[in-house]
Design a protein around this ligand. Structure first.
Ligand code: PLP
Length: 392
């Protein structure tokens, strides 16, 4: 039986339309889109159609997108490109300790170059404390950068409220929307931010391609100078990745038009958690507290802490038994350290050490989740039995 995919957005299942589009670029549409001959211009037309589909997914104009090598590059471009052009008096970056590693790394790089980086205080569940933001937001701030949804817990940040505050003071705001776009409706211009990054491999597109939306008038210095992308990013385009991304964006736009499937998936995720908690009552759901109003986390993420267990051991046992999951950020798995994001959320070491992330995709079925829950319960019990035996 194939493994149950609950790893890294479960997008190991590609969208067939994306595969077909990328294949076209590797066969019939092979030419360089910057070439002036007819075949090159044909490739250019395909790239521009893909850009339109990507822009349409976030209600933006195609010319306001810079196509990059992924979410990581888009985020570095947003942060480092903004700070490079900020007025001399503006040398502060406001961000959080729960950003994806790409945002934290870009901030660290800027700090090493003399930028004052402030990690905003967090409320329970890792949400930005807006009152604290108000005290830090002043004329010294060059950029605020916060993710829309957290990659490890799915926690949804109050980006509209942050955007309003930044707009009132004329401070640019970058939203890392890598986890949000393609899973939830997004309207970049209406959000009120200045910059928004996203990545098609989070919605069944290819890896190694991403995009940064830039509100017209936002100042940004390129990371790689060159003439492509309207002089904003040099380098010959990744045509297979871009065409695949465009096809994935079209499919995501269609899927997002109906809210019912994501509501069903959220319920299936909640049932999955209830089943596990009924059998293993000390299981901790690492997430912001539930509210009566709007959801506090994305429908696709379940981050569960099994106190006293080693996440790595549980991951390996689950992999043997046919469940693919991840510990902390997928990109940093392989490390035995607990996730810095969970630690920044004040989750105790004992829980953070034994926390796994289960991610649904739009193709995940309730039956898969029920089978996965049974396998997880059994694996946790097996590991606890063997550590009890060792302790005796
Ligand atoms: N930001 C978030 C919230 C992410 O989840 C990821 C990837 O997991 C990234 C940025 C980096 O995107 P990419 O993998 O396309 O470089």
């Amino acid at each position: 039986m194939p493994a149950i995919e609950l790893d890294n957005n479960a997008t190991t299942r590609p969208c067939q339309e994306a595969v077909a589009a990328a294949t076209l670029a590797l066969t019939a549409c092979w030419h360089n889109p910057s070439s002036v001959h007819r075949a090159g211009q044909d490739a250019r037309a395909h790239v521009e159609r893909a850009r339109q589909s990507l822009a349409h997914l976030i209600h933006a104009k195609p010319r306001d997108l810079i196509l990059t090598s992924g979410g990581t590059e888009a985020i570095h471009l947003a942060l480092r490109g903004s700070l490079a052009t900020a007025a001399p008096g503006r040398r502060t970056l406001l961000t959080t300790a729960v950003e994806h590693a790409s945002g934290r790394d870009a901030a660290q790089r800027l700090a090493s170059q003399g930028v004052r980086v402030i990690n905003l205080p967090l409320l329970p569940g890792g949400l930005v404390d807006l009152a604290a933001l108000d005290t830090h937001l002043d004329a010294s701030v060059a950029l605020v950068s916060v993710q829309w949804a957290n990659n490890e817990t799915g926690a949804i940040q109050p980006v509209h409220e942050i955007a309003r505050r930044c707009h009132a003071l004329g401070v640019p705001f970058h939203v890392d929307a890598v986890q949000w776009v393609g899973k939830m409706p997004a309207d970049a211009p209406a959000l009120g931010a200045s910059l928004l990054s996203f990545s098609p491999h989070k919605f069944h597109g290819p890896k190694g391609v991403g995009a940064l939306w830039v509100r017209p008038g936002t100042r940004l210095e390129p990371l790689f100078p060159g003439t492509q992308e309207l002089d904003r990013r040099g380098g010959t385009e990744n045509v297979p990745g871009i065409l695949g991304a465009g096809a994935a964006a079209l499919e995501a736009t269609r899927w997002l038009a109906d809210p019912a499937p994501r509501a069903l998936l959220a319920r299936a995720r909640d049932d999955f958690e209830s089943t596990i908690r009924a059998a293993l009552p000390d299981t901790v759901i690492n997430a912001p507290p539930a509210t009566d109003g709007s959801p506090t986390r994305l429908w696709n993420t379940s981050n569960l802490g099994f106190p006293g267990l080693e996440a790595e051991a549980l991951l390996l046992l689950l992999s043997e038994r046919g469940v693919h999951a991840s510990a902390g950020a997928a990109c940093s798995s392989g490390s035995l350290e607990p996730s810095p994001v969970l630690l920044a959320m004040n989750i105790p070491h004992r829980v953070a050490h034994g926390s796994l992330r289960f991610s649904l995709s739009r193709d995940t079925t309730p039956d898969e989740l029920a089978r996965a829950a049974a396998l997880i319960i059994d694996a946790v019990r097996t590991l606890r039995r063997s550590s009890d035996t060792l302790a005796r």
